[in-house]
Design a protein around this ligand. Structure first.
Ligand SMILES: Nc1ncnc2c1ncn2[C@@H]1O[C@H](COP(=O)(O)OP(=O)(O)OP(=O)(O)O)[C@@H](O)[C@H]1O
Ligand SMILES: [Mg+2]
Length: 434
């Protein structure tokens, strides 16, 4: 005991901080399974019941888990399987096959993968099969052999299920669902997809073989649950080597979550997406600001992380523009105001710029027209402006109609942070010359 105690007291704050970084980063990046899926209780129960019926009682079935990206479809299935595998009988019996629409891009590859995952390569050997159905039938039959008449249950997980619908004749889907309907062998087919309209993609004969069971994983998470989740995600485990540091850290996290400004940031994040993946990114960025000199997570860290997450790529691009290009953007902004968002051409932008040079500017150089046209073309290349659809390529560049692809807010924000932006340019952006 004395040895343990001495280890506890001898951890320097540097060691503590790096331990914290290690534990939490692992949690956010490795996407470990949570103790229990948050806010998905009924879905969890439903899926567990269904898979149990296949794994224990040998009933065949099919089901789709549908929901937007990052809402926990994969996690739900893994949690259910974790519980299912705790049952001794299931652990010995159930076979699992994982296919992913992004990897198994055609049915031949998928079949080879099924054979490999079922460890039946040797059994198949050099046999040649007439059809996909024959081949699949052979595989399932092989599982039956050696057992007393009953076949081993197989769970087929089809991730990115919708992509399998693009395979030729939907052969794989047809055959798997067909097996799941007949009493051939106990199989459960679980499809995961983020396409809510996935059933529309299925051919009639495939659709009719599907059980039409669906689990919707649209997050019904409340903000309270979300906040609780943030707290538990950031908290250190009880067995943290330095108990005192661990306790202090957890207290500071609890306090942080009650902070009004933090709540505001999280509310904003929650409103834009309840997706846990983007939350993890936010927390990870905030965590990276923790170091020995500030060994706790502060509200400013979260604020800064949130700013980084929501930073606008286009507004960022403006920082790399030259002053002349920036002036053209401001000219276009004014043209947008004057003509109510109607398209404009280079000649109009040029006039607006010239007016500025003559009347207000004392810091911007008066460039020649070809130089200005070059800058204009650069903006087109960067796709900050875009030719209006249907504008003929025969028209001279100067008269082709274009639209600005930036809004008022983006321009003003970028100007605020543009390094050494001349004040007269800034003023011009705020008030037009008219
Ligand atoms: N309700 C939840 N409770 C706890 N953790 C969750 C929940 N929903 C999502 N997560 C976490 O969010 C991350 C993303 O979830 P997951 O990979 O399951 O999403 P998905 O729906 O499968 O997305 P995709 O469609 O991109 O495959 C995982 O780390 C998961 O643990
Ligand atoms: Mg997934």
């Amino acid at each position: 005991m004395s040895k343990r105690k001495s280890r506890e007291t001898h951890m320097t704050s540097g060691e503590c901080v790096s331990q914290v970084q290690r534990i939490l980063r692992e949690r956010f990046c490795h996407q470990g399974l949570p103790e229990k899926p948050v806010g998905l209780d009924s879905q969890y129960k439903h899926l567990l019941e269904l898979l149990k019926r296949t794994a224990v009682h040998g009933e065949s079935n099919s089901i789709l888990i549908v929901g937007p990206r990052g809402t926990g479809k994969t996690m739900l299935l893994s949690c259910v399987l974790r519980e299912l595998m705790d049952i001794n009988e299931v652990q010995k019996n159930l076979l699992q096959v994982y296919l992913n629409g992004l990897l198994q891009t055609d049915d031949r590859i998928a079949l080879r993968e099924i054979t490999r995952q079922l460890n039946l390569e040797n059994v198949v050997g050099d046999k040649v099969f007439g059809s996909f159905a024959e081949n699949l039938g052979f595989l399932l039959e092989a599982l039956r052999k050696g057992d007393r008449g009953s076949s081993q249950p197989v769970l087929f997980v089809l991730d990115e299920f919708d992509l399998f619908a693009h395979h030729k004749n939907q052969t794989l889907l047809y055959n798997l669902l067909d097996v799941s309907q007949s009493a051939q062998a106990p199989v459960a087919v679980v499809g995961l997809t983020c396409r809510l309209d996935v059933l529309e993609l299925l051919e009639k004969r495939v659709k009719s073989r599907f059980s039409h069971r669906q689990i919707l994983v649209a997050s019904s998470l409340t903000f309270g649950q979300y906040l609780d989740n943030v707290r538990s995600q950031l908290s250190l485990p009880q067995d943290f080597p330095d108990a005192r540091f661990g306790q202090e850290w957890n207290d500071s996290v609890a306090k942080l979550c009650e902070d009004k400004s933090v709540e505001e940031i999280l509310q904003k994040q929650f409103n834009s997406s309840k997706d846990f993946r983007s939350l993890h990114l936010l927390l990870l960025l905030a965590l990276s600001r923790v170091n020995v000199s500030s060994p706790t997570l502060r509200a400013v860290d979260l604020l800064e992380a949130s700013r980084l997450c929501t930073v606008d790529a286009k507004a960022n691009m403006l920082h790399g523009l030259s002053i002349l290009e920036l002036c053209l953007i401001i000219s276009m902004k004014h043209l947008n105001d004057i003509y109510d968002g109607e398209p404009f051409n280079f000649q109009m932008v040029h006039n607006e710029y010239k007016k500025f040079i003559q009347r207000k500017s004392n810091s911007v150089h008066n460039y020649e027209k070809p130089v200005i046209l070059k800058a204009f073309e650069h903006l087109l290349q960067l796709e900050l402006i875009k030719l209006v659809d249907g504008s003929s390529s025969k028209t001279q560049r100067e008269y082709q109609l274009v639209r600005l692809l930036l809004d008022h807010g983006q321009i003003m924000e970028a100007l605020q942070r543009y390094p050494q932006c001349p004040t007269d340019v800034k003023q011009w952006a705020v008030s037009s010359l008219a």
